[in-house]
Design a protein around this ligand. Structure first.
Ligand code: KG4
Ligand code: ZN
Length: 363
């Protein structure tokens, strides 16, 4: 792995400060994450101002460690990729300015990366223990389930995705986080709820899934949260882990149903999953059983590549052709995107400098 050309990735869209080095083949050479859980836990949610301050403190030492790794591995930096959005404005600015200053000082090309596009690149990273199957090419379906977004895409090429369906209210991660808060499980909610949930052999609880009647490949999770709140009012303490299980199962089954309908509608036979909620073991099992029933192949990246990291940002930078551009444009970096560049059933480019869908890039 020594002597490689490397892209430096920087991620600061929410509460993970992360820096990584990735080669053109998706090989991860360095991947450091500082999770700000300790800063936000007392407030039971991410506090934007604290997130920005923590990024300011944590990103520079992570960058120094990455630069030491470049030297140690005798690598060569060929570009910088940084999350441009969507995310928290102040948090994004910390990463953007660090990336901008570093790229300027080193004369390196710089690209702003769509955070959702980065999540969708994660399954194609390679580590010492994980590699995607050889020859996995677009088109395929991609289920993106994170704290702020939940959507099903048809990926046409690695940098162009078509939105097939999305949540009409809460994101799946938000649904996990709100349920964890109702159950007083602490922060971050998703992993806490997964650890707390216990399958009930008698299957006493079942939450009904919200039906989307117009045939769209959409989802809805806000009713589920209300149903949990009402059930908790009547539940005995011993029943709470079973309720958590039923809630987790309802989310997993809703997502599996949409993926199944997407496979049927499009005729695709391969699916990838991405985003923090894709770390959930029950969801991974339910989706994998659903894919087997349809004789479809499911690509499931390791849990630590599903949650926010900078390796996925660096690979999305490579995908954007960063190293070939050989220029940087500070104008591109002035504004963080705080909302997603989504457009229903249209092409959405994952590359902010792409000319194919410029109007879809900023909202
Ligand atoms: O992708 P991500 O790290 O950040 C965003 O881009 O939002 O996703 C974070 C979300 C949070 O809502 C978190 O509770 C959820 O992913 N999450 C999980 C698990 N791990 C993280 N949800 C359910 N089960 C998990 N094991
Ligand atoms: Zn994310």
């Amino acid at each position: 792995m020594s002597g490689s050309e490397l892209v430096l990735g920087i991620e600061s869209s929410c509460d993970e400060s992360a820096v990584a080095l990735v080669d053109a083949d998706g090989g991860v050479h360095f991947n450091a994450i500082y999770s700000q859980v300790a800063e936000h836990a007392p407030f039971r949610g991410v506090v934007p101002e604290l997130a920005a301050r923590a990024h300011l403190a944590r990103l520079p030492p992570l960058l120094n460690a990455a630069l030491e790794a470049v030297q140690r591995q005798d690598g060569r930096l060929v570009g910088v990729a940084v999350t441009q959005g969507p995310g928290l404005g102040g948090a994004l600015l910390c990463g953007l300015h660090l990336a901008q200053g570093f790229a300027y000082a080193r004369g390196l090309p710089l690209v702003g990366v769509d955070h959702l596009q980065a999540h969708l690149a994660a399954p194609f990273l390679k580590t010492a223990t994980y590699a995607p199957p050889e020859g996995w090419q677009a088109p395929y379906l991609a289920l993106l389930v994170s704290g702020g977004h939940t959507a099903l895409y048809r990926v046409r090429t690695r940098t162009h995705r078509e939105l097939l369906g999305q949540t009409r209210d809460d994101a799946a991660g938000e649904a996990f986080d709100k349920a964890a808060s109702l159950l007083e499980l602490g922060f971050p909610g998703g992993p806490a709820l997964e650890a707390f949930a216990v399958e009930d052999p008698e299957n006493a609880f079942r939450f009904s899934r919200t039906k989307i009647k117009d045939g769209a490949l959409d989802m809805s999770f806000s009713g589920l949260k209300t149903a949990l709140a009402l059930a908790l009012e009547r539940a005995r303490p011993a029943e709470r882990p079973h309720l958590a299980w039923a809630y987790q199962d309802a989310i997993a089954q809703s997502l599996a149903k949409v993926v199944d309908a997407g496979l049927l509608q499009t005729g695709e036979t391969r699916v990838v999953i991405a985003g923090g909620v894709a770390a959930n073991g029950h969801l991974r099992r339910v989706l994998s059983e659903g894919a087997s029933r349809r004789a479809a192949t499911l690509l499931v990246p390791p849990a630590q590549l599903c949650t926010d990291n900078a390796a996925m940002v660096a690979l999305a930078g490579w995908d954007a052709g960063l190293a070939r551009m050989g220029c940087f444009d500070t104008q591109q970096m002035l504004e963080p995107w705080t909302r997603a560049p989504e457009r229903r059933r249209g092409k959405v480019s994952g590359h902010p400098l792409s000319s194919s869908a410029p109007e879809a890039q900023k909202v």
